[in-house]
Structure formats: structure tokens, C-alpha cells
Write a protein that binds this ligand. Structure first.
Ligand code: 9MR
Length: 447
């Protein structure tokens, strides 16, 4: 049936109006940097860097302008942080963390255990001596950076390439198949607030290697081994696996976050399209919480001659940059796992009193809780927070507070250094527990 002319005209006018208003809203809201654009959906857009780059002002201008997350390309690896057994060097890692903090950026920690870039003293070890040294390394480094790391690559590249879907042979693997879970448990105990990731490459689709990792994560979740995220490195060539997004989704469906951790793409006709497709795939999965590119300019890349990054050697934005920014600005579902914790329960601060908000990081059989204690319009000099712990569970450790009781109603009190809160200010403490985390709003009492 022909559409009456008047109706057609009305439709045409309506769509012009709609298009005009969308265009206005779009241009008013479109973010102009990668970090700001990713933040619109609660995600981060990060870059691998190192303290040895911080004096390059052209380079740092790009880092500070574009990114809202940093990872150490090399500064936090085993050979850098424990060059001699038991002697730790955090100089460059600390510099990276302070720079990120000064810019309001989150930090990914990379990597606690890896078969490469081990200090020579560890390369020569085996058996229980190596296992103990490795777990001590995890504990010491995660403790040093405690509270400052959004997500740690606890174990890096432990699976074999090819079709086996099994573990890679290494000195660490030869200490026993449980070395990975031992590392995750040690990392959780050392920094309960950090998300703990397994990170690997050649996992850019549903394949034998990613399936091996998938099976490990499923096993960890079923046995309560603490794991929160999987890093897909995504060092890509000139094509993208058609199951790239499906692979992200299947990990997310296991109840872990996914992060694209080391993205770079060989230069070629498809570079801009592949960068955009990876970005869209992450945005399409709510639990894909962020993307990190493995360097700033092509000349900074470990892939010499492949020009795999978003900025050319002179720091100019490439077509790939624009395609990523456009994909980020097109949006997607907001992620629940963003680096800035959003409180899960809260009550408003009252004048002269205090309020407490709880943010949970849960896994099968346990959780960590971060509690923000906020002062109202008057300063607080001492505080206590009463939390109802669901039955069947118990508090197993507390930091930046002391607790009386471990189950039922548990009261947390300030320690000597965090009792004073300025008017309008806040402090945070945390605790770890078994079972499911508290859901009821806690009661805060000042004085
Ligand atoms: O980019 C890193 C390069 O500067 C180092 O020389 C190299 C040492 O093995 O590691 C590179 O980063 C790797 C990352 O730590 C783990 N995934 C693969 C990355 C590229 O090799």
C-alpha cells in the first residue's frame, strides 16, 4: 500500500529533526582522548611504559593526555624487582605508580611470575627451593604495592602454544602443577584489594590454548582458588579471529573480568579496522573492563619495523587511533568492574556523624570488602562501623582497622593513624571473608 504523501513528509521531517538532535548531542558528548572516552562506559584505556621514558617530554605529553591507566612494560618483572634473592628494588616501579597516581590513572601490575625475565639466580633453581622463592617473590612484591594496583598479572604465559591446550614446560611448571594456584593464593593474601589475572598471548579466539586456560579458570572458580580476571594480550597480525568477541564472552561467563592487556596490531591495510574491531568486542562485553596498548609510538614498540601502535614515530595520531577513538565513543554496556570502585551499599553522611559504603570483590566462596568511611559536615575523631556478615561466613583478615567478632554483627574500629577524618573527607579500610559478602548497609558511628 502506498504511504500517503503527508505521512511521508512528516516522517522525513521527524527524521531530520532526530538526526539533527543526535548530531548535536553526539558532538557535545564525544570525548577527545582514549582514556576519557573509555571512562564513559566505566572502562580504562591504558599503555605500557617505563620509568626510563619519563624524561621524554614529547612521549609523556601523549601518555598524560590520552591514557588513564599505566602498566610497567618491564619495571615490575621479577628480574627488575628482585635482582638478587631477597633484595628487592622497587625504584622504577614506585616511580611508575607515583606518576600514575599524580595523573589520576589506575595501574596494572605486570607480572609476578613468568618463565621469562627471571633473575639469573632464579633461573638456576628448581624444586621446593624455587617454589618457595617464587611464592616469596609474589608475597613481597604484591605486599609492597598493596592498595596501589588495580589488577595484577599474577602468572604470565604459562600455557603451551600449539594444539595441546596444556601447560608450557618451565622451571616453575616443574615445581608442580599447583604452582599457579599457589601464586594466586599468595597474591590474594598479600593484596586482597587487587584483581588477580592470568595473562597470555595467542588467545585471540576460541582455540586450543585459550580453551586450556578457560578450563583452568573454570576449575579455579569451582574450587575457590582466587582469580578475578583473564588478560588477553592480543599481539595481533593482519587478520582478526572471527571468534575474538566470543572468546572474551566465554571467559566473562565464567564470572571473571577480561582485560585486553598488550594490544598491538601489525601495520597493513587492516590495522585500523582490527584495532576498532578489538575495541568494539571489548565494549560489547560488560565484563571486559579495559584495554591496554603495548607502547605509545611505533618507535617505542618491541615489534621493531612492524609499526603496530596508535601513534607514528613523531607522535602523530594514526588512522588506527581515530578508529579506536570512534569505536570507544560509540559506546557499549557500562562495565561493572571499573577501576574506581563504585560502592555497592551506602548511607548518606549526616552532619556531625559518618557514613560507610562497602565495595565487594567476590569469588566463589569468599570476598574482599573495601569500606569507605566518610565524614559529614563536621570532622570525625574516632569511628566504628558495624557490618552484618551473612550467616555461614566469617571475617578472616582485616587491614587499616581492628575488628571485634568475626561473624554475625562485626564491629570495625579505626586504628591510630586513620581515626581523624576531616569534614567532607574519607578514609578506607578492608577485610577479607569466607562465604558471601555483606549486602546490608553498615552503620557508622562517630566518636
Ligand atoms: O615489551 C617487552 C620488552 O621490552 C622486553 O624486552 C620483553 C622481554 O621478554 O618483554 C616485552 O613484553 C612482553 C610482556 O612482558 C609479556 N608478553 C609479551 C610482551 C612482548 O614480548
Amino acid at each position: 500500500m502506498p504511504i500517503p504523501r503527508r505521512a511521508l513528509l512528516a516522517t522525513a521531517v521527524a527524521s531530520v529533526v532526530a538526526a539533527a538532535s543526535i548530531a548535536v548531542v553526539g558532538s557535545a558528548e564525544a570525548a577527545t582522548t582514549l582514556g576519557a572516552s573509555a571512562a564513559q562506559t566505566g572502562r580504562y584505556f591504558g599503555v605500557a611504559t617505563g620509568a626510563n621514558r619519563f624524561s621524554d617530554t614529547a612521549y609523556m605529553t601523549i601518555v598524560n593526555r590520552e591514557f588513564n591507566s599505566l602498566v610497567a612494560e618491564n619495571d615490575m618483572k621479577w628480574d627488575a624487582t628482585e635482582p638478587q634473592q631477597g633484595r628487592f628494588n622497587y625504584t622504577n616501579g614506585d616511580r611508575l605508580v607515583s606518576h600514575a597516581q599524580s595523573q589520576g590513572m589506575s595501574v596494572r601490575g605486570h607480572a609476578l611470575l613468568w618463565h621469562q625475565q627471571q633473575p639469573s639466580w632464579a633461573q638456576g633453581m628448581s624444586g621446593s627451593a624455587l617454589r618457595n622463592a617464587a611464592i616469596n617473590h609474589v608475597t613481597q612484591v604484591a605486599t609492597h604495592f598493596r592498595g596501589k594496583i588495580y589488577a595484577w598479572d599474577v602468572v604470565n604465559e604459562a600455557f603451551a602454544d600449539g594444539g595441546s591446550g596444556g601447560r608450557r614446560d618451565s622451571n616453575l611448571q616443574r615445581t608442580g602443577n599447583d604452582w599457579i594456584e599457589a601464586a594466586f593464593r599468595a597474591a590474594r593474601a598479600a593484596d586482597p584489594g587487587a584483581k588477580l589475572c592470568y595473562n597470555d598471548y595467542n588467545t585471540d579466539g576460541v582455540n586450543a590454548k585459550s580453551t586450556g586456560i578457560y578450563n583452568m579458570v573454570r576449575d579455579f572458580k569451582s574450587r575457590g582458588v582466587p582469580i578475578d580476571c583473564v588478560g588477553l594480550q592480543s599481539h595481533l597480525g593482519t587478520t582478526l579471529d572471527s571468534t575474538y568477541q566470543q572468546n572474551i564472552q566465554r571467559f566473562a561467563d565464567l564470572g571473571v573480568d577480561v582485560q585486553i592487556t598488550e594490544l598491538d596490531v601489525a601495520q597493513g591495510g587492516n590495522q585500523a579496522n582490527i584495532f576498532a574491531a578489538v575495541t568494539r568486542a571489548c565494549l560489547a562485553v560488560a565484563r571486559c573492563t579495559g584495554i591496554t596498548v603495548w607502547g605509545v609510538r611505533d618507535s617505542d614498540s618491541w615489534r621493531t619495523g612492524e609499526n603496530p601502535l596508535l601513534f607514528d614515530n613523531s607522535g602523530n595520531k594514526k588512522a588506527a587511533y581515530t578508529s579506536v577513538l570512534n569505536a570507544l565513543n560509540a559506546g557499549g554496556p557500562t562495565t561493572p568492574g571499573s577501576p574506581s570502585p563504585s560502592p555497592s551499599t551506602s548511607n548518606p553522611p549526616v552532619p556531625g556523624g559518618c557514613a560507610a559504603q562497602v565495595t565487594l570483590n567476590s569469588w566463589n566462596g569468599g570476598y574482599t570488602a573495601t569500606v569507605r568511611v566518610s565524614a559529614g559536615s563536621s570532622a570525625v575523631s574516632n569511628w566504628s562501623v558495624a557490618v552484618t556478615v551473612p550467616s555461614g561466613g566469617a571475617v578472616t583478615s582485616t587491614w587499616n582497622a581492628t575488628n571485634s567478632g568475626t561473624s554475625g554483627q562485626v564491629t570495625f574500629r579505626n586504628v591510630s593513624y586513620n581515626g581523624q577524618i576531616a569534614a567532607g573527607g574519607f578514609t578506607e579500610f578492608g577485610f577479607q571473608g569466607t562465604g558471601t559478602g555483606p549486602t546490608a548497609t553498615p552503620t557508622c558511628t562517630a566518636g
